[in-house]
Design a protein around this ligand. Structure first.
Ligand code: NAD
Length: 373
């Protein structure tokens, strides 16, 4: 049985869905692995290392997927896949794309839809990628900041510690807090989920935020933040406005599942910030938490605030992001691997399988796209 690893085609996508390390393990499962030439180049994995791991290299996407039963990718592939192929990636499909997979007879699994349950943690691409994005955001924020993070006491005088404010304390935000602290910043953070407050404090950051009756139930059963009332957001904004004017580096990570990212930093808040301060908006893929973020760009506002609104933050640390992503996909496949048949076996009733499966046997099956009940 052949597994294909495609070279990514989306502009700026530097990651790859299998590394030489995971290729070895895929081969150990009994698979033949074909890797498209140059697939790992942008993340630091040369063709020669894939070949040494036992993969066959193919010259283009069509040759890579020819005869493949399983296809690994980071983003939705543009090449036509063989009938019956099991496609595993972060496909970000809408209803039309899901239908196109069904029509093509592709069994599409979209890993960003994985349930956030303990059993799924080792295959959780959202967590592995968000963790690295949170780290990278602070590193780039520190690089763009014209002063240092730690308090530096020198014979020539003292440089104060940077005030770092992390907005959203999920997986990315908690890593941003930890990274900001390791660099010596004075870190504070905000979130709306009640559980986040203790997590923020346990990492040594101070909590800034509005709490009321509504915020006690700000979390969905799945652990995500709920969309809250306009009144709540207005109160949160009041607290944030007073705090943000004193911040040097603001790291934005707040998301509400399935919606545009909430606007937490208004134009007026940016205007209140000192020249030279930095806003790093890793929510830019979902529109950004800062009203002035230009997704995909970094620029300096009229009052001298640098806004880093790059998209695909995991892709800005591609070797580590690929290594973890590739292990997530490998774990998914090995979890649902029939050793005797040397083939994947995805039980439709399994909650992980149900969570990620878009299409099966020519039909769209994901509840996200099921006709409204
Ligand atoms: P996310 O990326 O959806 O959102 C990032 C953070 O933004 C969240 O903490 C959210 O509460 C916060 N946020 C939303 N609106 C906000 C606002 N107005 N102001 C401030 N913050 C706001 O979240 P995530 O990182 O994917 O984590 C979601 C949840 O899933 C968390 O509870 C996390 O602990 C949980 N999780 C569980 C597992 C597991 O296996 N058990 C794995 C990963 C994540």
């Amino acid at each position: 049985m052949r597994l294909a690893v495609l070279k990514e085609t989306k502009p700026g996508e530097s990651r790859v869905a299998a590394t030489p390390e995971t290729v070895k393990k895929l081969i150990a499962l009994g698979l033949d692995v074909t890797v498209e030439q140059g697939a790992g180049t942008a993340s630091g994995f040369p063709d020669a290392e894939y070949a040494a791991a036992g993969a066959t290299l193919a010259t283009d996407a069509a040759a890579t997927v020819a005869g493949a039963a399983i296809v690994f990718t980071v983003r939705a592939p543009e090449v036509a896949l063989p009938q019956g192929a099991l496609l595993i990636g972060t496909l970000q499909a809408d209803a039309a794309a899901a239908q196109a997979y069904a029509t093509a007879g592709v069994e599409a699994c979209s890993m960003e839809l994985l349930p956030r349950i303990t059993r799924a943690q080792s295959m959780d691409v959202l967590s592995s990628q968000a963790n690295l994005a949170g780290y990278r955001a602070v590193i780039e924020g520190a690089g763009a900041f014209d002063r240092g993070f730690p308090m530096l006491m020198t014979a020539a005088g003292t440089v104060p510690a940077a005030n770092v404010f992390v907005m959203g304390a999920g997986v990315a935000g908690l890593q941003a807090i930890a990274t900001g602290r390791r660099l010596g910043g004075r870190v504070s953070a905000t979130d709306v989920r009640p559980a986040a407050k203790e997590e923020i404090k346990s990492l040594g950051a101070s909590f800034v935020g509005h709490e009321d009756e509504e915020s006690k139930s700000a979390q969905t059963a799945g652990g995500y933040a709920k969309q809250l009332s306009a009144e709540f957001y207005a109160k949160q904004a009041e607290v944030v406005a007073a705090h943000i004017a004193k911040q040097d580096v603001v790291v934005c990570t707040a998301l509400v599942q399935g919606r545009k990212a909430p606007t937490l930093v208004t134009e007026a808040m940016v205007a209140s910030m000192k020249p030279g301060s930095v806003i790093v908006d890793i929510a830019a893929d979902a529109g950004g938490n800062c009203a002035l973020t230009k997704p995909g760009q970094a620029y300096v506002t009229d009052n001298g605030v640098k806004i880093l609104g790059f998209t695909n933050w995991p892709g800005r640390i591609p070797a580590a992001a690929s290594a973890l992503y590739a292990r997530n996909l490998l774990t998914f496949l090995t979890t649902f691997w029939d050793k005797d048949a040397k083939a994947p076996k995805l039980p439709p009733e399994d909650d992980i399988v149900q969570g990620v499966t878009l299409t099966r046997a020519g039909a769209v099956v994901h509840k996200m796209f099921a006709p409204a009940a």
